[in-house]
Design a protein around this ligand. Structure first.
Ligand code: F6P
Length: 568
């Protein structure tokens, strides 16, 4: 196996390690008093403003990070990604999610073939199919229009589309196009999720979209069989052809499942699951709900960031700066977590999506060449919309552990509300918190300030805020389909930058396999114990004990020979 040097052995890395002490000598209070410094740390692109002046960095830190990027051959790696080189070495694949939103006349090669015409042929097929469902020319088995869609998929085949759907739901233009239609998701193999996803729906007016890159994922396939049963028990087996379609790279398995391959929407192995929202994985369900023209705007927002990321010098490159700052926080300052805090309820599913994009990509223990790493990679991502988070976990962020925060704000609300007699409109009230929290974290509150406010002595330690807690702020002009695409691509590329610098493969996910194979062993045991009363064997003491307790209970449907569907 070819082994390159590790990034931690380079001079820029060692210099940044040594530089940490210089940074730690200064409090953010002092750094924020330097207007020249702050000015150099606020940049914008295509309506997005990024303010990273509240990071614990000096101007020299940025210079050091650029040198680190050079040592990591960041530019070369970005270029290789965009030119379709097989940078996902362990799976021998290109990494071309940017091609999913490329302009129709763009040329991007993988394996010597321009992939853009294939991308657009699927987009055209989605446009025409979604229009026929939406205008009622494609109808269900009983002749009724299909107004409701259940998208069945998990992980990358679920989280991205859910985030975009949740963000579009309250946008005026998008919600207008979605009138009378409903889009739901079924991800968890928990039968409770099945029950929730179909509660109140009529199979006659429901279209099921089975979304799975591999078409082998256990949870998705059982859920797909369950909804196939729901449809055929209500409408007959022949109804499946009208009520079920698929999105996959594995069209053979789609056909085996019983879905007409003409009703399958392809994507390709050069699209990672967690990077697939711009493929048919997201575009099909979202076009069924909102119409293709809205989804096209989402794709063009992502494209704008792709172009920016690929061609802008690092000094003004938003994803590059975001990625380098994350490396600084995780690796050099030693902060393992990051909070994603949108001051926007429509972005409530953004953090869960980024959790997968970031943690499945960068949670690695070896370099891309297979060398065990002497440093940690990845960060622990979590988040909630503000101000809900403020009333939940911000206590820890203000006075407990240091957690770098991403504050995301929107200038114009999707749903403005003004109440006569109130000092500000409702969106201003929300955004007051967006502007206040980063300063509270950065400046804190000193014992001297508390004394001047006559705070009793015994409360001073409790009411003191140390401050010096880093954050960055991202301001978007609106939250339209276009801006949602921008936000998505910004975070996708940020994660790639981090992985490129750490020298890992951000595009494989071997860490999810072990649990899957152990579950297969348990599944076999449950089957043999339920059907043939086979004793539990091959497990450790703890698992055997828990399994026997689980099997002791009479579930009522354990050995049933007839189908049981959710009752809700
Ligand atoms: O469990 C990991 C994973 O492979 C993810 O990477 C992926 O997004 C998800 O499972 C779903 O996979 P598929 O789309 O093949 O069903």
């Amino acid at each position: 196996m070819a082994s390159g040097p590790l990034i931690c052995d380079t001079e820029p890395w060692k210099n940044l390690k040594a530089h940490v002490d210089d940074v730690k000598k200064t409090h953010l209070r002092e750094l924020l008093a330097d207007e020249e410094r702050c000015k150099s740390m606020i940049i914008d692109h295509d309506g997005i403003v990024l303010d990273f002046s509240r990071q614990q960095i000096l101007k020299e830190t940025i210079e050091g990070l650029f040198k680190l990027a050079e040592a990591a051959r960041l530019k070369e790696k970005i270029d290789k990604m965009f030119s379709g080189e097989k940078i996902n070495q362990t799976e021998n694949r290109s990494v071309l999610h940017a091609a999913l939103r490329a302009a129709r006349d763009a040329v991007i090669y993988s394996d010597g073939c321009n992939v853009v015409p294939d991308v657009w042929s699927v987009l055209d097929k989605i446009k025409s199919f979604s229009e026929s469902v939406r205008n009622g020319s494609w109808v269900g088995a009983t002749g009724k229009a299909l107004t409701d869609v259940v998208s069945v998929g998990i992980g990358g085949s679920f989280l991205g589309p859910l985030f975009v759907h949740t963000a579009l739901q309250t946008d005026g233009e998008a919600s207008h196009s979605a009138k009378g239609r409903e889009l739901r998701f079924l991800a968890n193999v928990d039968p409770v999720d099945v029950a929730r996803s179909i509660a109140g729906l009529n199979p006659e007016t429901t279209l099921v979209v089975v979304v799975s890159k591999t078409f082998t994922t256990a949870e998705t396939m059982l859920n797909a069989r369950t909804l196939r049963e729901w449809i055929s028990s209500a409408l007959g087996a022949q109804a499946v052809a009208k009520h079920m379609v698929a999105v996959s790279t594995n069209i053979e398995l789609v056909e085996k499942f019983g879905i007409d391959p003409n009703n399958a929407f392809a994507f390709w192995d050069w699209v990672g699951g967690r990077y697939s929202v711009c493929s048919a994985v997201g575009v099909l369900p979202l076009s069924l709900q909102y119409g293709f023209s809205i989804v096209e705007k989402f794709l063009s927002g992502a494209r704008s960031i792709d172009n920016h990321f690929h061609s802008t010098p690092f000094e003004k490159n938003i994803p590059v700066l975001l990625g380098l700052l994350s490396v600084w926080n995780v690796t050099f300052l030693g902060y393992p977590a990051r909070a994603i805090l949108p001051y926007c309820q429509a972005l409530e599913k953004f953090a869960p999506h980024i959790q997968q994009v970031s943690m499945e990509s960068n949670g690695k223990g070896v370099s891309i060449d297979g060398i065990p790493l002497p440093y940690e990679t990845g960060e622990i991502d979590f988040g909630e919309p503000g101000t809900n988070g403020q009333h939940s976990f911000y206590q820890l962020i203000h006075q407990g552990r240091v957690i770098p925060c991403d504050f995301i704000g929107i200038v114009m609300s999707q749903q403005p509300v003004f109440l006569k007699g109130e000092p500000v409109n409702n969106h201003d009230e929300l955004m007051s918190n967006f502007f206040a929290q980063p300063d509270a974290l950065a400046f804190g509150k000193t014992p001297e300030q508390l004394v001047s406010e006559n705070v009793p002595n015994h409360l001073i330690p409790h009411k003191t805020f140390s401050g010096n807690r880093p954050s960055l702020s991202i301001l978007l002009p609106h939250l339209t389909a276009y801006n949602i695409g921008q936000l998505l691509a910004m975070y996708e590329h940020r994660v790639a930058v981090e992985g490129f610098v750490w020298g890992i493969n951000s595009f494989d996910q071997w860490g999810v396999e072990l649990g899957k194979s152990l579950a297969t062993q348990v599944r076999k045991q449950l089957h043999s114990s339920r059907t043939a009363e086979e004793p539990i064997k091959g497990f450790n003491y703890s698992t055997s004990t828990l399994l026997s307790k689980y099997l002791e209970a009479e579930t009522g449907i354990a050995s049933s020979t007839s189908t049981v569907l959710p009752r809700v």
